[in-house]
Design a protein around this ligand. Structure first.
Ligand SMILES: [Mg+2]
Length: 333
């Protein structure tokens, strides 16, 4: 039989072991949790409180595509076209210097997009008939949670404006592939205008949508914003600090911005935390916390619908009573 001292030592050891196991378990769970990759800045909680009170009719979403809707390490629209083995070697050879970031510093800014589009038109690529295959065979995984988020926003009829310096044709094909090209989604990006021979004839708009010109979004997507002018609670998503510019001219009551750091070095964190209300870490940083917020907004919508239905019912009852009065001749005794 163990002595009282040994019993005490065993008990203390057991408690210590349980405590260590609990800490390890919590760490594992936190690592698995989608929230572990979210860093909320000082502005986030106050804005969250405002957003949980709105209903879907007030909400509008503006989002980047490459590295935001897709994962941080996914192929980006122009890279995808420039490196596609389905396209001619001559085109790829001419496009390659644009993707070599060690030597292409001489072609910077808006000029990069002009040059890229010029080459695509010169070689007549990508042919329209190849677009679907090109996107299907590309490595463009969705960011975790994004398809669920888009599905929910579609069900709630919340307008989503995708503002991208990529290519509308690639983005729409990607959305179609993932059954996410719904009526509430509008793409504001560079569009290839195809001729009857399946080769692109021109690219619009001019000047192109670039990461340097996102501040022009309100002007470029004027019809979209006019149509949805009553929606004044906006969410802005992007993986470049310039993505926030897309909301620059948009009139709103409150905006909630989410930035995706992807694989940028930790030194970029300060800039991201200054720009966005929350920063999501890692190439596969999840959108689950945002889905939870959207679900709360969806629940508010249901409450509003129930209140409206109740009001209509009461209105109907009072009309019935009025009808009753109109059938009565003379004063009721
Ligand atoms: Mg991006």
């Amino acid at each position: 039989m163990p002595s009282p001292k040994l019993k005490e030592a065993l008990a203390v050891g057991g408690i210590a072991l349980a405590a260590v196991a609990a800490i390890l378990y919590r760490q594992i769970v936190q690592k698995r949790s989608p929230r572990a990759s979210w860093l909320r800045t000082i502005s986030f909680n106050g804005k969250w409180e405002k957003f949980v009170a709105v209903d879907p009719s007030q909400l509008l979403v503006i989002t980047d595509f490459d590295g935001t809707i897709t994962a941080g390490d996914a192929n980006q629209c122009h890279d995808l076209v420039g490196t596609c083995p389905l396209l001619s070697q001559a085109f790829r050879d001419e496009f390659a210097p644009l993707l070599d970031w060690t030597t292409n510093t001489s072609i910077d800014g808006v000029e990069w997009w002009d040059k890229a589009h010029e080459l695509m038109l010169k070689h007549g690529v990508p042919p329209r008939a190849l677009l679907q295959r090109l996107v299907r065979e590309a490595r463009m995984p969705p960011r975790p949670g994004v398809l669920q988020l888009l599905e929910k926003l579609a069900a709630m009829n919340v307008p989503v404006l995708i503002v991208s310096a990529g290519l509308s044709d690639v983005i729409e094909e990607w959305l179609r592939l993932h059954e996410a090209l719904t009526e509430n989604v509008t793409v504001c990006s560079n569009r290839l205008n195809y001729g009857a021979d399946s080769e692109p004839q021109s690219v619009s708009p001019q000047p192109p949508v670039t990461s340097f010109t996102k501040a022009a979004t309100y002007k470029m997507a004027g019809a979209f914003f006019r149509h949805h002018m009553a929606r004044r609670m906006i969410m802005v998503l992007g993986d470049s600090v310039s993505d926030i510019d897309a909301a620059q001219e948009v009139p709103y009551d409150e905006s909630l911005s989410i930035g995706f750091l992807n694989s940028r070095p930790p030194t970029a964190m300060t800039k991201y935390a200054d720009t966005f209300d929350a920063v999501v870490l890692g190439n596969g940083g999840s959108l689950v916390p945002l889905i939870e917020l959207v679900e709360l907004i969806e629940a508010n919508g249901r409450v509003v619908e129930m209140e409206l239905a109740n009001r209509k019912r009461h209105l109907k009852m009072s009309r019935s009573f009025a009808d009753f009065l109109s059938t009565v001749d003379g004063p009721i005794s």
